[in-house]
Write a protein that binds this ligand. Structure first.
Ligand code: ZN
Ligand code: ZN
Length: 99
């Protein structure tokens, strides 16, 4: 993690890095891994800029929202059923369900 002099977090940009707080650019590269620590569990975390995922009617256990993005990931061996992931449209809460 690198921080700007204003205390904002530096995030990678095309030309180096940029402060998330004040927008100041820096040429030093920062390295932020998009995939997370739970990668080994097969827990794919999609960041806030959710790609064009399909949505489905699914109740969020956290906020009670009725719509969630969903996607499937083959987590283990191919002969096991894939894991279904949901991400609440409202609060971004992400969870998974085994089929
Ligand atoms: Zn800054
Ligand atoms: Zn929610």
């Amino acid at each position: 993690m690198q921080f700007c002099e204003c205390g904002g977090l530096l995030v990678p940009s095309s030309s180096g890095s940029v402060c998330r707080k004040c927008g100041k650019k820096s040429s030093s590269k920062v390295n932020i891994k998009i995939t997370t620590k739970s990668e080994k569990e097969g827990m794919a975390v999609i960041e806030d800029n959710t790609p064009d995922l399909p949505t489905t009617t699914k109740e969020c256990k956290k906020c009670g929202g009725k719509e969630a993005y969903y996607w499937l990931i083959q987590t283990r061996s191919a002969d096991e059923p894939p894991t279904q992931f949901f991400k609440c449209v409202k609060c971004k809460h992400t969870w998974r369900e085994y089929k």
